[in-house]
Design a protein around this ligand. Structure first.
Ligand code: GUN
Ligand code: ZN
Length: 463
């Protein structure tokens, strides 16, 4: 297949420049140059060991100033050493300051079907999801939906995400534009589907969506904090020809990401075996098509074997674990320990609308419960790491997002430690740090969110 789709380069360059200028102006208006946030700083410097609650990977700096200059973190110092008056000082003493969350798998159009009753994956897709996704072929709907979705992420404390829009080019384009306006780190790409999906949601031969992908890559990939992901919905909705085209895109644009679903539900896995009898496993379908690489984000990965896990590890691909969705759709219990033992990187995601909340705390609590059902006890550290530094590292973005380290972009959230009498009582009684943070993780949600900074600019503030 020939992927050489010529684009008028001058046209796209001009458009990109205009958008970049608008974003810089917006940012300058929204963010003072030097900001100092005082609070309890929590982040990770490396991956906490499985099951260990007293971990050297945890960096807790109680009552410290976090220094932000020009949208970047430039340092931290103890609370009694106030920075001078050249800094805009914001006093969040007694509140928790953390890196913004990273949601590594979420569907923007599916805010429209979140909390839909009564079915498993394949039926849920046909009954609720596909009909809802059809409306995002319309520019007005796509733009409104993108803005609504990103603002919803922000008011849950999620500042970066790996997102599925719809098959429509305009839905991905709108999402990129809206993320650009907000200065967010966003990874997305138009969904590829060319079979087993209704009319209006299918790419067509002869190019199977290739030109739309190339146009979007040329326009957005590498612009500010945006990156393209070749987005194969899942093996059943792509013909072998489309999978091959997607593999060629990954080869041609090796800096682009790849996102898809993998082995989520038993009926789905059976269907994949029927559709691709030549493949050893579900993952092997993707591997044969050239879609398994270090920039691959594979959602779910519940029904895998040891050989699959070894392949994911050897190719440095990550599993994005979506516990809320897995419980809600009855898909199965992800064996995080097996992935850990095999050396596979695992991040955590909401998978809304299969997942029932954009709140990372709620999602991480579901992750804890999924592990508990399998006899494991997920620590608050490993849970939070999977939604911050662990996710960033798996995306190759550990120097930019996921921590409060000097040099990182200032994507920072301020949270109340405890809201309401139950959480407050528990917070007061908590002794050790892990106990305190685990209680926060278990009892908090988006209502605890006070302020969100993206690249040093306030993007959400609780009324
Ligand atoms: N597999 C294919 N598409 C989807 C989707 O939209 N959500 C989930 N959870 N699984 C999928
Ligand atoms: Zn999904």
């Amino acid at each position: 297949m020939n992927l050489e789709v010529d684009l008028p380069a001058v046209l796209t360059d001009t458009l990109t420049d205009t958008l970049a200028d608008q974003a810089v102006a917006l940012e300058a208006a929204a963010s003072p140059q030097r900001i100092a946030l005082r609070g309890d700083l929590l982040d990770f410097t490396s991956k906490p060991e499985w099951g260990v609650v007293e971990s050297p990977a945890v960096r807790f700096r109680e009552d410290h100033w976090l220094l932000i200059e020009g949208g970047r973190i430039v340092g931290a110092q103890p609370g009694d050493q106030a920075p001078d008056s050249s800094w805009v000082r914001r006093d969040h003493r007694g509140q928790l300051v953390m890196p913004g969350f990273i949601d590594t798998h979420v569907h923007s159009p599916q805010l429209d079907v979140i909390a839909s009753h009564g079915s498993e994956l394949l039926d849920w897709l046909n009954t609720y999801t596909f009909p809802a996704e059809r409306r995002y072929g319309d520019l007005v709907e796509a733009e409104a939906g993108a803005a609504r979705f990103l603002d919803a992420l922000l008011c849950h404390g999620t500042t970066s995400a790996v997102v599925f829009p719809t098959v429509h080019k305009v839905s991905a384009d709108s999402l990129f534009a809206a993320a650009h306006e907000r200065g967010m780190r966003l990874i997305t790409g138009k969904v590829l589907m060319d079979r087993h999906a209704p009319e209006g949601l299918r790419d067509e031969a002869p190019d199977f969506g290739a030109k739309d992908c190339v146009d979007l890559i040329d326009r957005w990939h590498g612009v500010d904090r945006l990156a393209y992901a070749v987005t194969v919905r899942f093996a059943p909705t792509s013909t072998p020809s489309q999978l091959a085209m997607a593999g060629q895109l990954c080869t041609a644009y090796s800096a682009a990401y790849m996102q898809t679903h993998l082995a989520e539900n038993r009926a789905e896995v059976k269907w994949v075996h029927e559709l691709f009898p030549e493949a050893r496993s579900y993952l092997d379908v993707y591997e044969r098509a050239g879609l398994l690489n270090a920039r691959g984000v594979f959602a779910h990965g519940i029904w895998l074997d040891e050989a699959d896990r070894a392949s994911l590890r050897d190719n440095c691909a990550q599993i994005s674990h979506s516990p809320s969705s897995n419980l809600f759709l009855g898909s199965g219990l992800f064996n995080w320990r097996a992935a850990e033992d095999a050396g596979v990187a695992v991040s955590v995601s909401t998978d809304v609308g299969g997942g029932t909340s954009l709140s990372m705390q709620r999602t991480l609590l579901d992750a804890y419960k999924v592990q508990a059902l399998q006899g494991e006890r997920l620590t608050a550290w490993r849970a939070l790491h999977g939604a911050t530094l662990g996710a960033a590292a798996a995306l190759g973005l550990g120097d930019e997002i996921g921590s409060l380290s000097t040099g990182c972009t200032a994507d920072v959230c301020v949270w109340d430690w405890a809201l309401g009498p139950v959480a407050q009582r528990r917070h007061e009684l908590a002794q050790a740090l892990h106990e305190r943070v685990f209680a926060w993780l278990t009892l908090s949600d988006d209502r605890n969110l006070v302020t969100v900074y993206v690249k040093g600019a306030v993007r959400y503030e609780r009324a």
